[in-house]
Design a protein around this ligand. Structure first.
Ligand code: CA
Length: 280
C-alpha cells in the first residue's frame, strides 16, 4: 500500500444555514428569512449524505480526513481533518459552529504479521484481525448506551479464532476458536481509544470548530499509535439547524503511518491488538 491512508471519505448532511446563525458569503438568497416553507427534506442515512429541502434548496457540510497521517509523538498519530460548510447555492458559509465527537464504535483482536520475504523483499508488516464467533472480525463497543458506565449485560464474552499460519495462496489458516472471558470488569474499548480533537500542531484540545471565510475549518484527530488499526472510530460533525441538529458521520479504522509498517515498528512495539488477552 503506497498511500499513507486508506482513503478519503466524504459525508454530506443537510443544513439550513440561516437558522444556525451563520452567514454565507456573497450569496443572493442564501441568507433568507426564517419561516421559509417546505422544510420537509429527508434526514436519513450516513456515508452517502443527507439532503434536506428548504424552500426548494439544500445546503451541505463536507467532512473528511486528509491524505497523510502525521506522527505527533513516538506514541501518537495526528490525522488532519477538515469540515467545509456550503449553503444551498454552493456558497461558503462562514462562522458556522460545528461540534465534533469521536467514539470507538468497534474494536478488534488481531496481530501484526511480517510479510514473507520471498514475496515482499521489504518484509512489510501488516495487521490481520482474528475472527469472531459472529463471523466478522470487529466487535461492537460494549458500552451499548454510551454512558461510559459498565451496566448490566454490557460486559460481553467473545469467542475468537487466531491465525495458525497462512496457506500457499496467502490465506489465513485459523486456529480453533477459544473464548475471551467476559469478567474483565471494564468496558471495552474505553472511550478515549478513538482519540480526541485538537486544533493544530499545538495539540490544543477542542470540541468544536468555527468555519472561516472559506466555509472551512481545519483540525486534527489525535490518537495513540497502539490503537491503529484496531479501533474503528465513529466521528460526528454536528451543527444546529432550526432548533435541532444535523449530524454528519464518518466511520473508519484508525489510520497508521506507512513508515511504521515498513519497519514493523508497530508490531515490534505492540505485538498486536491491545485488546488481545495478555496470555496469548
Ligand atoms: Ca453503559
Amino acid at each position: 500500500m503506497n498511500t499513507l491512508v486508506k482513503g478519503l471519505i466524504i459525508v454530506a448532511l443537510s443544513m439550513f444555514v440561516v437558522s444556525c446563525g451563520s452567514s454565507s458569503t456573497g450569496s443572493t438568497g442564501s441568507t433568507g428569512s426564517t419561516g421559509s416553507t417546505g422544510s420537509t427534506g429527508s434526514t436519513s442515512s450516513t456515508g452517502a449524505g443527507v439532503t434536506a429541502i428548504v424552500s426548494g434548496t439544500a445546503g451541505s457540510i463536507a467532512f473528511h480526513y486528509g491524505t497523510k497521517v502525521a506522527v505527533a509523538s513516538t506514541t501518537q498519530y495526528s490525522l488532519p481533518m477538515s469540515v467545509q460548510v456550503v449553503d444551498s447555492y454552493g456558497i461558503a458559509v462562514a462562522n458556522a459552529k460545528v461540534t465534533l465527537t469521536a467514539w470507538p464504535k468497534y474494536y478488534s483482536f488481531g496481530a501484526w504479521y511480517a510479510q514473507d520475504p520471498a514475496k515482499d523483499p521489504n518484509a512489510n508488516c501488516y495487521p490481520f484481525r482474528f475472527k469472531t464467533a459472529a463471523g466478522g472480525n470487529v466487535v461492537p463497543n460494549e458500552d451499548l448506551n454510551k454512558n461510559l458506565t459498565l451496566d448490566a449485560g454490557e460486559n460481553i464474552a467473545q469467542t475468537v479464532q487466531g491465525i495458525l499460519t497462512f496457506d500457499t495462496y496467502g490465506f489465513p489458516v485459523y486456529a480453533p476458536a477459544f473464548p475471551v472471558p467476559a469478567d474483565d470488569g471494564i468496558l471495552t474499548p474505553y472511550s478515549a481509544t478513538a482519540g480526541t480533537f485538537v486544533q493544530d500542531a499545538s495539540l490544543q484540545p477542542i470540541s468544536s470548530v468555527t468555519t472561516d471565510a472559506s466555509g472551512t475549518a481545519n483540525f486534527s484527530l489525535l490518537y495513540l499509535k497502539a490503537f491503529a488499526p484496531w479501533i474503528v472510530a465513529e466521528l460526528k460533525a454536528s451543527t444546529p439547524v432550526i432548533g435541532t441538529e444535523k449530524t454528519a458521520v464518518l466511520t473508519f479504522e484508525l489510520v497508521y503511518a506507512e513508515p511504521d509498517v515498513t519497519s514493523c515498528t508497530l508490531r515490534n512495539s505492540y505485538g498486536g491488538s491491545p485488546f488481545n488477552d495478555p496470555s496469548w
